[in-house]
Design a protein around this ligand. Structure first.
Ligand code: NI
Length: 173
């Protein structure tokens, strides 16, 4: 396993649409292992493969509030599809490892039903609500090249991108 560098906005590669995975094999599992390690190290609760520069439809997640000594609860989603979404919306103050230090209130369907392949390549379905529903939709946006800031008004988004560019320049000096 290895920690990989996380790409941050406004890097254009984050706008790429990721490709479906043909087969969940050992190479893909190695990628998922790296993604999980990278996410824990950051730390974050979700990561899409494109955030480490791999345009594949793969997401890892761990929503457990990890106390010391508690086991991790990793989740893996390969080729996820939304089968159903509630009309009811929920608002979360979202953040993203590719948009560091920034947050925004985003409305999304409060509950979704999704189908995906798991770590072993087995097809699974999940009924998600709460943080799981929000996080899954946030990560699935990454597969379409969409960031949470793309759901904000243009003014707010431009302001955040300006701050990110400035912060990156300051860090490079
Ligand atoms: Ni994100």
């Amino acid at each position: 396993m290895a920690i990989r560098p996380i790409i941050t906005a406004p890097d254009p590669s984050l706008k790429r649409v990721s490709e479906s995975v043909d087969q969940v094999d050992d190479d893909l599992r190695a990628l998922m292992d790296d993604m999980l390690e990278t996410m824990y190290d950051a730390p974050g609760i979700g990561l899409a493969a494109i955030q480490i520069g791999v345009p594949k439809r793969v997401i890892v997640m761990d929503l457990s509030l990890r106390e010391e000594g508690e086991p991790p609860e990793p989740r893996y989603f390969v080729n996820p599809e939304i089968l159903w979404a509630s009309e009811e919306l929920a608002t979360y103050n979202e953040g993203c490892l590719s948009v560091p230090e920034e947050f925004g209130e985003i409305d999304r369907p409060a509950a979704v039903k999704a189908r995906f392949l798991d770590y072993d390549g087995k097809q699974q379905e999940i009924d998600a609500d709460g943080l799981l529903a929000t996080c899954l939709q946030h990560e699935m946006d990454h597969l379409e090249g969409v960031l949470f800031i793309d759901h904000l008004s243009r003014i707010k988004r431009d302001m955040i991108v300006r701050r990110l560019v400035k912060a990156r320049k300051a860090a490079a000096e």
